[in-house]
Design a protein around this ligand. Structure first.
Ligand code: C2E
Ligand code: MG
Ligand code: MG
Length: 642
């Protein structure tokens, strides 16, 4: 039988081109690249063996050793190609640790290839796979089919893996891998039926080419400046590790003053700094032969992930912490880096990608100069709580668990409590009380703020329309509006509807808006403010002094009250702040707006702002926020004392 070798020749050319491309582009670092190089090399060897085996077959009788050698080599390597391809998919989905967990999984992975090895070796005396007939012609044995079965087994295993972890791969990657499998399967069937056409290895080479073009896009995941992996790879790998519960050690290295350094030494020297850090990190692990994946995720942030082998992360972290602290000269300027190094145990300290993201965003604030431990930081900041916030809010809304507390506001002129601010509270079984500073931003992000805002307003209106409220002689209740609520088109309409429903006169409600909300410059914010004002609802500017405090703009808005933020009340220790606050108070008053001073905690503060002519004080000195009934008793008691 004359065999057609053209497909094999084409496969050889393709494989050599692929290998050269990989070597020229230096795509040999990292586990995925290594496996891929291995895959192509075996493919090249397999194809060569196939060609040589066919060549010796063509020489007619004789050459028995050569024939046995090349046919055996081909069959053995051919079986390994599909096994290696599966290994490649496992590396691609980063699930080696899963594939190796438990005896059954190990057996599923290694038994079939072991079977082939046994068959190939035993073939020398059993001739079950192939033999040379009386004319020394290569002939398939009765167990030959097993090679195909094992081949298909590994292909099926790979396809299952791809589907199982498809959410970590882009669609075109999955499609290209599946397309490659389709081709390999078809080619194998064709070759089984028509053994004359050696199309098998050609299909395999095309599959590798597809993987190279569509799956291995180094420019997509490698940062060209540092040679390390980029943020996309980091996000993908972290998501995968955390979702699959893989236990790994992550070293985080943040140059927290990176922006300052860039301003000081310019782009070129910053590049040198970035490269040096990357070099030091990779060198450290290279000399210790510790396999790692290192990432540069921008703004002076590096991440190092151990690839399986246990090592002394503390040693490494301390080394980097000391090394990068030393000052270094760049372009004639001495640079001192502030480097925050932290060790995080993935799937132990942190169990979800969302929690990791929250952890990362607050890491620089934890800087102490020493190596930090994720476990300690996590104990302090409840990242799991952050992660669960959306569910907590939804459940609390559903189960009516939010509570509104009231902080009385003292009128310095009337010498009585003139109003109170409504503040939201949430007490959970699992986490205890949760601060509104966590609840509000989370609700803003998820969109639950609209329902939460209306819930609070309903609660407040119910209170205002009650008989108790009447008895307290309060002028109005202040309710916070979040910037996101202010962007809602029909906000003013919704609020007036609630007022109507509870029969609450609009002047009994005062809405607090922060500067950020008013300066969004969004037309719907202005629309809402104008409509609310027209409806007769009072408006306060909350947290004045924390934003840009653009007085021209504030003057043009219909605020009746300005609430000085608590950061402005610490004037005692800061004479310059005292001058600023005094003049701000004067300016606000001459604009005809009244002032509430927030966060006054002692008599001295109250006297000070009284002296400046401020109208209202809200602070712990008078009262902390109280549950509704406590607040009622508190104010009633103050009334009866007068
Ligand atoms: P805010 O509107 O500026 O509320 C005043 C905050 O200062 C309250 O914190 C209050 O407990 C606290 N405070 C009052 N007096 C003192 C004092 O003398 N010393 C100190 N250190 N703090 C004092 P809280 O209740 O934790 O609320 C924090 C922020 O969360 C509020 O700041 C507000 O922006 C937001 N928030 C609270 N409840 C709601 C709500 O129902 N809706 C919206 N959108 N935001 C809310
Ligand atoms: Mg407020
Ligand atoms: Mg405030």
């Amino acid at each position: 039988m004359e065999k057609n070798l053209y497909f094999d020749y084409a496969a050889i050319v393709l494989e050599i081109v692929l290998l050269s491309c990989i070597l020229v582009r230096k795509m040999t670092n990292g586990r995925m690249n290594c496996v891929f190089v291995f895959l192509i090399t075996t493919a090249l060897l397999t194809t060569s063996m196939d060609i040589l085996a066919v060549a010796f077959d063509g020489y007619g009788p004789g050459y028995i050793i050569e024939k046995y050698f090349f046919h055996t080599g081909y069959l053995l390597l051919r079986a390994f190609t599909s096994f290696f391809y599966l290994s490649y998919i496992i590396v691609l989905t980063d699930t080696w640790f899963k594939a190796m967990s438990g005896l059954i999984k190990k057996v599923m992975l290694f038994l079939p290839i072991g079977l082939v090895v046994a068959l190939v070796i035993s073939n020398f005396w059993t001739h079950n796979l192939f033999y040379l007939d009386e004319h020394d012609v290569y002939t398939r044995g009765n167990m030959f089919i097993w090679l195909y079965i094992v081949n298909f087994y590994y292909i099926a295993y790979s396809i299952v893996k791809i589907f199982r972890y498809s959410r970590y791969m882009e669609r075109e990657k999955i499609l290209s891998l599946l397309f490659a499998f389709g081709m390999v399967i078809t080619a194998a069937i064709v070759q089984f039926i028509i053994p004359r056409i050696l199309v098998d290895m050609f299909a395999y080479a095309i599959g590798l080419l597809l993987a190279f073009i569509l799956v291995h896009r180094p420019e997509e995941i490698v940062d060209t400046d540092t040679g390390l992996m980029r943020t996309v790879a980091y996000v993908r790998d972290m998501r995968q590790s955390l979702d699959t519960g893989k236990k790994e050690t992550l070293i985080m290295i943040n140059v927290s003053n990176f922006h300052v350094i860039r301003e000081m030494i310019g782009y070129n020297y910053t590049l040198a700094v970035k490269k040096r850090i990357a070099y030091e990190i990779t060198e450290y692990f290279r000399t210790k032969s510790i396999p790692i994946e290192a990432y540069y995720i921008g703004s002076g942030a590096y991440r190092v992930r151990s690839m399986g082998r246990e090592y002394d992360a503390e040693d490494a972290a301390n080394y980097f912490n000391d090394l990068f602290k030393e000052s270094e000269q760049y372009g004639g300027i001495m640079i001192n880096m502030t480097v925050c190094v932290c060790i995080v145990r993935l799937s132990e300290d942190i169990t979800s990608f969302e929690a990791l993201a929250a952890f990362e965003s607050g890491l620089n604030d934890e800087y102490t100069g020493n190596v930090l431990y994720g476990s300690e930081i996590c104990r302090k900041v409840r990242y799991n709580l952050v992660r669960e916030m959306d569910t907590i809010i939804e459940n609390a809304l559903r189960d009516d668990e939010f509570e509104v507390v009231y902080q009385p506001i003292w009128s310095l002129h009337q010498k009585k409590y003139a109003s109170a601010e409504a503040l939201v509270r949430l007490n959970t079984k699992k986490y205890g009380p949760i601060s509104p500073e966590l609840i509000i931003p989370a609700a803003e992000k998820s969109g639950a703020i609209h329902r939460l805002g209306m819930y609070i307003l309903e609660n407040v209106c119910e209170f205002i329309s009650s008989e108790e409220f009447e008895r307290l002689g309060l002028d109005y209740i202040e309710v916070n509006l979040s910037p996101v609520q202010c962007l809602q088109n029909n906000l003013a309409g919704n609020i007036t509807e609630i007022l109507k429903k509870h029969n609450v006169p609009p002047e009994k409600l005062n809405l607090e808006i922060t500067e950020t909300a008013t300066f969004e410059g969004h037309s719907s914010v202005m629309n809402n403010i104008t409509k609310l004002n027209k409806a007769g609802i009072g408006l306060s500017l909350d947290d004045f002094g924390t934003g840009y405090s653009n007085m021209t703009r504030i003057a043009s808005m219909p605020f009746s009250l300005i609430k000085l933020d608590k950061s402005l009340t610490d004037v005692d220790n800061n004479p310059n702040l005292a001058i600023v606050v005094e003049n701000l108070v004067k300016m606000i008053k001459s604009l005809g707006m009244k002032i509430v001073v927030e966060g006054v905690e002692d008599e001295h503060g109250a006297d000070l702002f009284d002296g400046m002519g401020c109208e209202y004080i809200q602070g712990y000195y008078y009262s902390k926020p109280l549950k509704k009934n406590d607040m009622i008793s508190f104010i009633e008691a103050s009334l009866s004392n007068q």
